[in-house]
Design a protein around this ligand. Structure first.
Ligand SMILES: *[C@@H]1O[C@H](CO)[C@@H](O)[C@H](O)[C@H]1NC(C)=O
Length: 459
């Protein structure tokens, strides 16, 4: 709670700073190569920040009722895009009262007798000679309603690929992104080691462009910070983050020898007790633990990492420790029932992405379950390594949403660009120095998108 409050204050204080960064980015035109963000108008650029302030404020008063009341206050202050649809508020109030589906929340791995058997199955399948495929990985947890929807939707994908083959990308060759709790300890260690490797490699930014970016890991943070206003609450929110995540996975593999794939975080699995989850319990195969009363994280692999960038839109070097503010009440906003209704009730991409990003939506819900600094900061949030597992789940549920009607939804774009134009398949999705600018329409299909570079599914 301390750190959430601290960040809220910091955001207000850095409001002016943020403008300076924008201005200097446009005067030194090389600041962000090939980024369109530099030319954005300042007035529209500040809107998402004030939206964030509302979210962070509600994080400080962490009860369900305060979230609900803040969200209605937020709804009236939000300007151009309607972020809280009526569908969302109705759905979320009923979901908040149904709290937990008994079978969908398994809070302890050891609770289910079958889990040890499937753990063994999972680890033998990875070490045996036969390569695991889309169907033969085991889960360590009882499948929730979204997992079941994923499983039953795979036949749609198979059928679609029969009609529309994606070159050499098939279900046999696709990489499989798995849930953190389904990885073996050795697999978690490999992922953690690769992230630490990225944190030890020199930044690719030219000197002075992003002074706070001290590593390859930081490069991703600097790009997220500098493009925050262009890629949230806009038409390319989902595709930009998909592209960033894929590029991050590629860096882990190509620059740091990681042989696995990007894991994700199924929020619902740990929603009752995120602090004691395999992600955040602070042991050596977690992503480090929680902060105690706003202090630095003191346990797990990232306890000594330096957070170099932020808070807010600042790109200057500001080394500090990692802090978290792990929140059960935000986690309770991310149940499988709610995610399932997001997927099944959103009939357009616009409603899907708006509902997800609404004040009590699962996008903010996951971010503020992590909370702290930089996890609770819209700009610098990917300075916490847990960001990528959260956005893995965001990408996964988009993918599951797409599988409900592939012919339509692999060409679906909604909302507006940061310049206020209607989103289109033709708009450029730019990740600055991290990769080439790509058309939005190229990023919609995980099975063959980006000129065949994308070839992955989720378990
Ligand atoms: C860390 O905790 C998780 C969750 O309980 C467990 O699966 C994992 O085996 C633990 N790792 C170590 C090294 O003890």
């Amino acid at each position: 709670m301390h750190s959430a409050f601290y960040l809220f204050g910091a955001l207000l204080l850095t409001g002016a700073d943020a403008r300076c960064v924008k201005i200097s980015a446009s005067t030194t035109s090389t600041a962000l190569p090939s980024s369109s963000s530099a030319s954005r108008s300042l007035s529209s650029a500040t809107e998402p920040s004030s939206t964030l302030s509302s979210i962070i404020l509600s994080s400080a008063s962490s009860t369900l009722s305060s979230i609900a009341s803040t969200s209605s206050a937020g709804a009236s202050t939000s300007t151009s895009q309607s972020l809280v649809s009526s569908e969302t508020s109705v759905a979320s109030s009923s979901e908040a009262s149904t709290t937990t589906g008994s079978q969908s929340l398994v809070s302890s791995e050891t609770a289910a007798p079958s889990s040890s058997a499937s753990t063994a199955g999972a680890s033998t399948s990875t070490s045996s000679t036969s390569v695991p495929t889309a169907t033969n990985y085991a889960r360590n947890y009882v499948p929730d309603v979204v997992d079941k929807l994923r499983d039953s939707s795979m036949s749609n994908l198979e059928e679609y690929l029969k009609q529309n083959p994606s070159g050499k990308c098939t279900l046999e060759t696709a990489s499989i992104r798995r849930e953190w709790g389904d990885l073996s300890d050795a697999e978690r260690e490999d992922y953690i080691a690769a992230v630490q490797c990225l944190q030890s490699k020199p930044s690719l930014f030219e000197e002075g462009v992003a002074p706070g970016a001290k590593s390859r890991f930081d490069d991703f943070v600097a790009v997220h910070i500098s493009m925050t206003d262009d890629v949230h609450f806009v038409s390319q929110f989902l595709s930009w983050h998909r592209y960033l995540l894929w590029t991050y996975e590629k860096a882990l593999r190509e620059d740091c020898g990681y042989t696995g794939y990007q894991p994700y975080w199924n929020w619902d699995r740990y929603a009752k007790d995120p602090e004691n989850s395999p992600l955040f319990n602070g042991n050596s195969t977690s992503l480090s633990g929680n902060s105690v009363r706003g202090a630095c994280v003191t346990s797990g692999p990232f306890k000594d990492m330096k957070v170099n960038l932020g808070p807010g839109a600042s790109l200057r070097h500001n080394p500090r420790c990692l802090k978290r503010d792990i929140s059960k009440s935000w986690a309770s906003q991310c149940t499988a029932d709610k995610t399932n209704s997001l997927i099944t009730r959103s009939t357009t991409i616009a409603s899907f992405q708006d509902t997800m990003q609404s004040f009590n939506g699962v996008h903010g819900g996951g971010h503020f379950t992590i909370g702290g600094d930089p996890g609770g900061d819209l700009h610098a949030s990917n300075g916490d390594p847990a960001f990528y597992l959260h956005h893995g789940m965001i990408d996964r549920i988009w993918w599951i949403w797409q599988m409900q009607d592939l012919p339509t939804r692999l060409a679906a774009v909604g909302g507006r660009t940061s310049q206020g134009r209607p989103g289109s398949l033709d708009e450029d999705v730019d990740i600055s120095i991290l990769g080439k600018s790509v058309k939005l329409g190229e990023l919609l299909n995980t099975m063959g998108g980006k000129g065949g570079d994308f070839c992955y599914i989720y378990l």
